[in-house]
Design a protein around this ligand. Structure first.
Ligand code: NDP
Ligand code: 2IT
Length: 447
């Protein structure tokens, strides 16, 4: 059967076997439609049905999470952990707490994570988890009780050599603390390496908090360097105002860029003289308020309720909020306004139509599995420090992160050239990640 037809058939099977999981279908399609040239060079991958096996998670766990709210009412949520692929190491990937979570979201994230983690070159497999719990407006005590109930089930499925969760949307240092406390209580083991993103006061790595955002900016630096350009003096917009967005803005500012806008799910803040990052941090990290409140403190900033951040003129755009937040029309506006680089701090934020626009325009486009891999890579550095009971300095860890992002960029850039699509980081990232996983799967026999 011709390779293209074979890939199409695999995709149809995935859709049929996983009905309604549209984000998962999208993520699978985006990867496998770029693998034709690899299958042509390596017929053994098709013979051993490597792609078909990768598309089927090794294990999927769905569980009830009952908890009591502050009014004494019982609440029931649904918890997930999808253990997708463990040929390169223990399952590794974050937990997302957001009301939109269902199996299709967790599977898209877990699938992406396999290739992202392979790209880092570190010994980590791919997994993802979460719950349809909405932390917004919940008290610390409610979040704690939810996390305790979630971990009461999850603890039997994870471990430092089995599966190592971390944060994602709605899960930060506070939640990781409650989850770790309950894991320790359930197992009677101080097993630091079972979770990453811990506070540096009790086993967390310095730089893990900053890593995804910083890493995304390091990736932009590399993409621009490859074109003889740089970040300094550029006007930038960063969507979201959570963990990834905040530290992407911080690194952009440190490198001399001018960041004029960020957002949350309610609206956009546009501050032409440059964002006041200390205020964003206070509003979001400390007080857990809405980005609209930024404009109350800076009269010259504009708040655009329900607005699109991609309408704002910029040279560098970093989507750092959520999936499918940047569609084809938004991509056209960015290109028309002179944008030269887009790197995805979020997972799958650009729709397939948006990606096509960037590629046709020839701008530097870094897909999430390459551009945001600094977060999980630094999680792997945290695991390394936990295993050796060591704690590295901020400077050392940031240098390691920078080296890892450069090497991811170099590998993607080279693979894109070798496989006949120079400058195409989508093809480069998919091929490098896929080949590492495929080679290990071949070596391990039929598993
Ligand atoms: P946070 O929860 O810290 O922040 C999420 C931000 O995105 C908030 O500003 C939130 O706004 C906004 N957002 C979330 N969901 C939506 C939505 N449905 N529509 C519009 N805006 C939304 O999460 P992170 O910063 O950790 O994660 C952001 C992205 O980065 C995600 O795609 C995540 O998968 C990805 N990522 C995260 C990594 C990490 O280390 N944390 C690593 C690699 C990727 P609001 O407060 O209004 O909901
Ligand atoms: O999407 C991601 O890479 C993350 N949320 C981070 C995963 C991790 O294990 O650090």
């Amino acid at each position: 059967m011709p390779i293209e037809a074979r890939i199409e058939r695999i995709y149809e099977q995935v859709v049929r076997r996983n009905p309604g999981e549209v984000e998962f279908h999208q993520a699978v399609k985006e990867v496998i439609e770029t693998l034709g040239p690899v299958l042509a060079k390596h017929p053994e991958y098709a013979e051993h049905k490597i792609i078909e096996r990768i598309c089927e998670p090794e294990r999927q766990i769905i569980f009830r999470v009952p908890w009591e709210d502050d009014d004494g009412e019982v609440q029931i949520n649904r918890g997930f952990r999808v253990q997708f692929n463990s040929v390169l190491g223990p399952y590794k990937g974050g937990l997302r707490f957001h009301p939109s979570v269902y199996l299709g979201i967790i599977k898209f994230l877990g699938f992406e994570q396999i290739f992202k983690n392979a790209l880092t070159g570190m010994p980590i497999g791919g997994g993802k988890g979460g719950a349809d719990f909405d932390p917004k407006g919940r008290s610390d005590n409610e979040v704690m009780r939810f996390c305790q109930s979630f971990m009461t089930e999850l603890h039997r499925h994870i471990g430092e050599y089995t599966d190592v969760p971390a944060g994602d949307i709605g899960v930060g240092a506070r939640e990781i603390g409650y989850l770790f406390g309950q894991y320790k209580r359930m197992t009677n083991r101080y097993e630091s390496g079972v979770l990453t993103g811990k506070s540096p006061h009790w086993g967390g790595a310095l730089v893990r908090r900053e890593a995804t955002g910083y890493g995304t900016v390091f990736f932009v630096e590399e993409m621009l360097k490859a074109r003889g350009q740089s970040i300094e003096g550029r006007t930038c917009v960063v969507s979201g105002s959570g963990n990834v967005a905040i530290y992407a803005i911080e690194k952009l500012q440190q490198l001399g860029a001018h960041v004029v806008a960020c957002s949350d799910s309610d609206g956009v803040i546009w501050h032409e003289r440059g964002l006041d990052l200390d205020l964003v941090k206070r509003l979001k990290e400390v007080e857990r308020r809405r980005i609209a409140d930024y404009a109350r403190e800076h009269g010259d900033a504009k708040y655009l309720p329900g607005g699109s951040i991609w309408d704002i003129r910029c040279e560098i755009a970093l989507p750092c909020a959520t999936q499918n937040e940047l569609d084809e029309a938004a991509a056209r506006r960015l290109v028309a306004n002179g944008c030269v680089a887009v790197a995805e701090g979020a997972n799958m934020p650009t729709t397939p139509g948006g990606v096509r626009v960037f590629q046709q325009a020839g701008i530097a486009y870094g897909p999430g599995k390459a551009a945001n891999a600094g977060g999980v890579a630094t999680s792997a550095l945290e695991m390394q420090q936990n295993a050796s009971r060591d704690a590295w300095t901020f400077e050392h860890t940031e240098r390691r992160l920078n080296e890892i992002m450069s090497s991811i960029h170099r590998n993607c850039h080279e693979a894109a050239e070798v496989y006949g699509s120079p400058g195409n980081y989508v093809i480069g990232a998919n091929i490098v990640g896929f080949r590492r996983v495929a080679e290990a799967m071949l070596a391990f026999g039929l598993i």
